[in-house]
Design a protein around this ligand. Structure first.
Ligand code: MLT
Length: 238
């Protein structure tokens, strides 16, 4: 097995995805939101790239069966039901619903990965479950960090490192330099990941916008033991 990590989805090309397990990470906050919504009983999550696509898709669904969620510039989109805060995706709100979600980086990274038929959603909330899944598949694996505004984001690479750390405890494998860098960075801060995450640009941006509780929630390791899988345009729990 060979493991490769991409710091953003920009450099990912379709042919790289063929026959691989692909893990898409946007810890702050899109993949944490998707995971939380599914744990809390959402029927499915449909990631879309553009606001217009989300609205157009919602027009094709039965009224009351769906919720529109997501963000632009980290805040709720006008006319949408939910923002990109995982704390809004609780069971009394999302149970049984289809969630159509569009975010700046995370949903675009997922769309980019969609030519693989083995795409899973990773975040700090489910690192061990994702590592177990990679191990069970025993295939070459690509970790795609969503990043922020086209750039490397500390929260995503720490999450990649946490997954790699758990995978290393199960098996040995070859990996590229970025995977090793993610692992060693995570290892240096595993006792308190906030000691490094607090320097992240995106974390500070959403902290200033008042999303402190979201950060606390999204940086909780292994709150859930689930693997959301993205197939045929839809994310569902395995
Ligand atoms: C994104 O997909 O760009 C992020 O989840 C942004 C955010 O934290 O709202």
């Amino acid at each position: 097995m060979f493991l490769e990590t991409y710091e953003t989805h920009n450099a990912v090309i379709d042919k790289k995805l063929k026959d691989k397990v692909v893990v898409v990470i946007d810890t702050l906050r899109a993949t944490s939101v998707i995971t939380t919504a599914l744990v809390n009983g959402a029927r499915e999550v449909i990631p879309v790239s553009e606001i217009e696509d989300a609205i157009e898709m919602s027009n094709r669904l039965e009224k009351g069966s769906f919720l529109l969620g997501g963000e632009r510039n980290a805040v709720k989109i006008d006319g949408f039901d939910l923002s990109n805060s995982p704390l809004e995706y609780m069971s009394d709100v999302v149970k049984g619903k289809t969630i159509i979600i569009t975010t700046t980086n995370g949903t675009r990274a997922l769309k980019k990965a969609s030519s693989s038929d083995d795409v899973v959603v990773g975040c700090l909330l489910n690192v061990s479950a994702v590592a177990d899944y990679i191990y069970s598949q025993n295939k070459d694996t690509l970790i795609i960090c969503a990043g922020t505004e086209g750039k490397f984001s500390i929260d995503d690479v720490i999450t990649a490192g946490a997954i790699i750390n758990r995978l290393r405890s199960k098996t040995s494998f070859e990996s590229d330099d970025l995977s090793k860098a993610c692992y060693f960075l995570y290892k240096s801060f595993e006792n308190n990941i906030m000691d490094i995450m607090k320097y992240g640009y995106h974390l500070n941006r959403i902290e200033k916008l008042g999303f402190h509780d979201d950060i606390k929630f999204c940086t909780t390791i292994d709150m859930f033991s689930v693997v959301p899988k993205y197939r045929d345009g839809v994310v569902k729990l395995i």
